[in-house]
Structures are given as structure tokens and as C-alpha cells.
Design a protein around this ligand. Structure first.
Ligand code: HEM
Length: 501
């Protein structure tokens, strides 16, 4: 009898524990944001969220207002939608909202990389040294060289270089930016042909991984896809091995510095390979898709294309192809191109949609700009989705879904930086790079890479859509929240090398 009682007691405790785990008993406490657990135990709203995060969050904001907590796969996420209240979340000097904790788990799962203490800080200091300011000058030159090699190189050998060529615009842009970015950062050998072939092969595998990526992060892959992801991970670890790096000539200072740090901290070579895979992903996963959207907007908006070609002619003088059909830009021209800057900013406003996540480290109060206060629970996650709350806010950006190439230009042609919400000047008026401690440290390189690519394409090529009436394709809904979005399908275009002047 006593034994039965004991067994029943254990069963009861286990059941209650399990139900707690499922989040079934969680109730909204005083001062906490509205809580929406969804109707499915544990999963909560995960299915709707993963299907289309943008639409889901729009509905939640309509239902609950600017702050709400939702259950997603057993975890609780508090979304803050008022950009005037972002400041304390992003500044957070005391690390009470922790980015690293969240990132560590993700990179272990996706890249197999087990974070070394201090490497988040190290990545940012390596980037401050080599991806910004003076440190970026050399890399910009290398990037221009690589872009010329990747785009103009194959053409220069083709007898029909000035005939029309047709391709998918997304494929063309992603392929070009990936190969140029990879060769510039991970180095080249003396054999250019071989380098291009290797970069092409890597890109083909990268695309396969990229397609599976959103569902991999959400653990939604089928058994065959799991196997495929494992195979791709191993392949990348091999193709990007630190040993292989040593055999190359021009490994960028950025990568060399970071690998040196890992070696000095006793990180095993196999783990360095995984680090390289992570770095390949963060450095190449966004820029190609962003260049696609930028060129597509230019092709759909002739007034924007005209403005950029005029600016390019002014800034670059007559851009010529020299005998080797490479590019003779001065990279410094990138500092005098406000119209191109505005096109890039507008493209990223419309098509870059990252989620910023911070793990709540200890119960704490969130103070909103309105003066309201909300209690945050230890272990939950605070989430920002600036695409919806900033980029698409009609008060900050009137007619927010329209592409306006000069949205970020003042009437005198200088860069526009003053945007307002509720009569207040808003600091975060676009956030394609994230913000705070996880802000993209590659943003200056990414921008110059994108600008060089666009300049090169519009000055050296005639470009047109195969069907000029084709609409801008919608965003693939699976990509919301993962940085630069992808289109739901590719768009055919034609390009032809302009004859040398
Ligand atoms: C259009 C191109 C790009 C976009 C839109 C972009 C966007 C972002 C965003 C939103 C984050 C923060 C993610 C978060 O908060 O979790 C991030 C992180 C990062 N990005 Fe970029 N990125 C781009 C290109 C690049 C390039 C070219 C590099 C390097 C060469 C780079 C290096 C990194 C690194 C190392 C991180 C991790 C930072 C950390 O852990 O704190 N990114 N990027």
C-alpha cells in the first residue's frame, strides 16, 4: 500500500513537472506583458510563426499592442514593437539581456562550432581593425579585383562578350558576390582558373545548405534532409579547413587574425575548420541576396537607374574597360555617391529583416518610452523584429512598401538622417545590421562590396529584364527573421558587356 502511494506520488510529480515543462501552467503575473500561449501545448504559436513570421507578428501586434509574450516551441519570447523603446534593450551595458548565450547555442547546432570564451569580443575587435576605417581600404581593393575577376574575367575570354547573355538575376548576383567575397576573405592561389572553379563548387554546396537553413534552425527537417545537412557540414569543414587556408596566398588579415586568436587559445584544428564555416556563412549569406534586390529595383525603376548612372559618370569620370577588361574604378569614389548610398539603404529597408534576440538574465523591469513598465522573466527571450516595427512603419517611412530611390536623400542631395515618430527624432530608423552588441561588424565591407558590384554592373553592362512587366517577386516567407530575405522565385534577365569607349 505504502509502495503504491509512493508510486502514485512520483507519477503525480512527474506529470505536473511535465505539464510545467509544456508551459501549461504558466500564467501572466502582475506587470508582465500580455501572454499568448497559443492553443497547442508546448508548441504554442510555433507553426504560425515558422510559416510566416511577418504575418504572425502583425496579427499579434493588432491583438496585443506594442509588447507581448508568445510561446514558441516551449520557450517564451517577448516581442517589443515600439522603436522608441529599443534604446534600453540595445544599450544594456550590464548584460542583463544576453546576446552571447543565445548565439552560442545556435552556432553549435548550425556550424558545429563550440564557442571559446572571449571570441565574440575578439570577432568584433578583429572586425574593427580590418573591416572598418583604414583597415578596410586594402580589402576594398582586393574585393574590386575579385569582382572584376569573377564577373569580367570569364567574359574577357568569350568571343561573344558583347552579345546578350541570359540568367536568373538572383542566381547571377548571389553567385558573383559569393565567389568574390569568398576569394577576397579566404584567399587565392596563383592559379586563378582553379580558384574560380573551387569557389563555384563551394557556392553550389552553399546554396544547398542555405535552402535548408531556416528549417534547420527551427528543427523542422525530414530524416533525409538531416542526413544532407550533416553531409554538407562535413564537406564545408573539409573545404574550409584551416590547414587548407595556410596553403593560400592572400588570406585576409581579418581571417588570419581570428585564426591566430583561436590557435593561441589552444582551439583544435578541427574546431578552427568549424569556425571558418561559421565565418563563411555570416560573411556570404546576406550580401548576394541584397545585391539581387538592389539590381532588381534598379531594373524596375528606370529613374533610379538613370540617377545612378549619372552619379557614376560624375564620380568615376568615364568608366573604361582597360585592355585586360578589368575595372579601373577608384575605390575612394564610394565615399562620394549619396544616390547609390540611398539606393542601398532603401533596398535594405525593404528587404533586410533580421530578428534581434536577447536572453533575459534575471527577472527585470523593461521601461518603455511611454513610461509604462513591464516585468521580464528570467530565462525568457526578448525579441525585436525591426522590419515590421521600423522599416514598415508609415509614420517613419511614408508609403513604406514602395521603393523610392531618393528616400534617404535631402533635397540638396546630401544623406538624409532625420526621421521621426510621434514627433520624436528616431535613432533607429532602419536596422538591417541589427544593433547593440550584436551589430553586424562586417557592415562597412558589405556596403562597399554591394556598391562596387552595382557600380560595376551599371557602368560596364547593358542590363534588362527578359519580361520588363514581371513584378518584383514576393519574399519567400520562410526567410523572415534571417537577415536579407530571398525572393520566392528567381527573375530572368539579360546582360551584355558595353563596348570599351
Ligand atoms: C548585406 C549584407 C549583410 C547584412 C544585411 C548583415 C546583417 C547582419 C545582422 C543583422 C547581424 C546580427 C545578427 C544578430 O543580431 O543576431 C550580423 C552579424 C554578423 N555579421 Fe553581418 N551582415 C551582412 C554582411 C556581412 C559581411 C560581409 C560580414 C563579414 C565580412 C559580416 C559579418 C558578420 C558577423 C561576424 C556577425 C556576427 C556578429 C556577432 O556575433 O556579434 N556580415 N550581420
Amino acid at each position: 500500500m505504502v509502495l503504491w502511494g509512493l508510486m502514485l506520488g512520483i507519477l503525480l510529480v512527474a506529470t505536473v513537472g511535465y505539464l510545467c515543462l509544456l508551459g501549461l501552467f504558466r500564467q501572466r503575473r502582475p506587470q508582465e506583458p500580455p501572454l499568448d500561449k497559443g492553443s497547442v501545448p508546448w508548441l504554442g504559436h510555433a507553426i504560425a510563426f515558422r510559416k510566416n513570421m511577418f504575418e504572425f507578428l502583425k496579427q499579434m501586434r493588432t491583438k496585443h499592442g506594442d509588447v507581448f509574450t508568445v510561446q514558441l516551441g516551449g520557450q517564451y519570447f517577448t516581442f517589443v514593437m515600439d522603436p522608441l523603446s529599443f534604446g534600453p534593450i540595445l544599450k544594456d551595458a550590464q548584460r542583463k539581456l544576453d546576446f552571447v548565450k543565445y548565439a552560442e547555442k545556435l552556432v553549435l547546432k548550425v556550424f558545429g562550432y563550440d564557442v571559446v570564451p572571449g571570441d565574440h569580443r575578439m570577432i568584433h575587435s578583429a572586425s574593427a581593425k580590418y573591416l572598418m576605417g583604414d583597415g578596410l581600404k586594402d580589402l576594398n581593393e582586393t574585393m574590386l579585383d575579385s569582382l572584376s575577376l569573377v564577373i569580367l574575367g570569364p567574359m574577357s575570354q568569350s568571343p561573344d562578350a558583347s552579345c546578350w547573355h541570359e540568367d536568373g538575376l538572383f542566381h547571377f548576383c548571389y553567385n558573383a558576390l559569393f565567389k568574390a567575397g569568398y576569394l577576397s576573405l579566404f584567399g587565392r592561389t596563383k592559379n586563378k582558373e582553379q580558384d574560380l572553379l573551387q569557389a563555384e563548387e563551394l557556392f553550389a554546396q552553399f546554396l544547398k545548405f542555405d535552402r535548408l537553413f531556416p528549417r534547420f534552425v527551427y528543427s523542422l527537417l525530414g530524416p533525409c534532409e538531416w542526413l544532407e545537412v550533416g553531409r554538407l557540414q562535413r564537406l564545408f569543414h573539409k573545404m574550409l579547413s584551416a590547414q587548407h587556408n595556410l596553403e593560400k596566398d592572400g588570406v585576409s588579415n581579418w581571417i588570419a587574425y581570428m585564426l591566430q586568436f583561436l590557435r593561441e587559445h589552444g582551439v583544435a584544428p578541427a574546431m578552427q575548420d568549424k569556425f571558418n564555416f561559421m565565418i563563411l556563412w555570416v560573411s556570404q549569406g546576406n550580401t548576394g541576396p541584397a545585391s539581387f534586390w538592389a539590381l532588381l529595383f534598379l531594373l524596375k525603376h528606370p529613374e533610379a537607374m538613370r540617377a545612378l548612372r549619372e552619379e557614376a559618370a560624375r564620380v568615376l569620370g568615364e568608366a573604361r574597360l582597360d585592355a585586360g577588361r578589368s575595372c579601373n574604378f577608384k575605390v575612394s569614389a564610394l565615399h562620394h555617391s549619396p544616390a547609390l548610398d540611398s539606393v542601398m539603404e532603401e533596398t535594405l529597408r525593404l528587404k533586410a529583416a533580421p530578428t534581434l534576440l536577447r536572453v533575459v538574465n534575471g527577472d527585470q523591469i523593461l521601461k518603455m518610452a511611454s513610461g509604462e513598465k513591464y516585468q521580464l522573466r528570467n530565462g525568457d527571450t526578448v525579441a525585436l523584429f525591426p522590419y515590421l516595427s521600423v522599416h514598415m512603419d508609415p509614420e517613419i517611412h511614408p508609403d513604406p512598401t514602395a521603393f523610392k530611390y531618393d528616400r534617404f536623400l535631402n533635397p540638396d542631395g546630401s544623406r538624409k538622417v532625420n526621421f521621426y515618430k510621434a514627433g520624436k527624432k528616431i535613432h533607429h530608423y532602419t536596422m538591417p545590421w541589427g544593433s547593440g552588441m550584436s551589430i553586424c561588424p562586417g557592415r562597412f565591407l558589405a556596403l562597399s562590396e554591394l556598391k562596387l558590384f552595382v557600380l560595376l554592373m551599371i557602368t560596364h553592362f547593358d542590363l534588362e529584364l527578359v519580361d520588363p512587366d514581371t513584378p518584383v517577386p514576393p519574399v519567400d516567407p520562410q526567410r523572415w527573421g534571417f537577415g536579407t530575405t530571398h525572393p520566392s522565385h528567381d527573375v530572368r534577365f539579360r546582360y551584355r558587356l558595353r563596348p570599351p569607349v
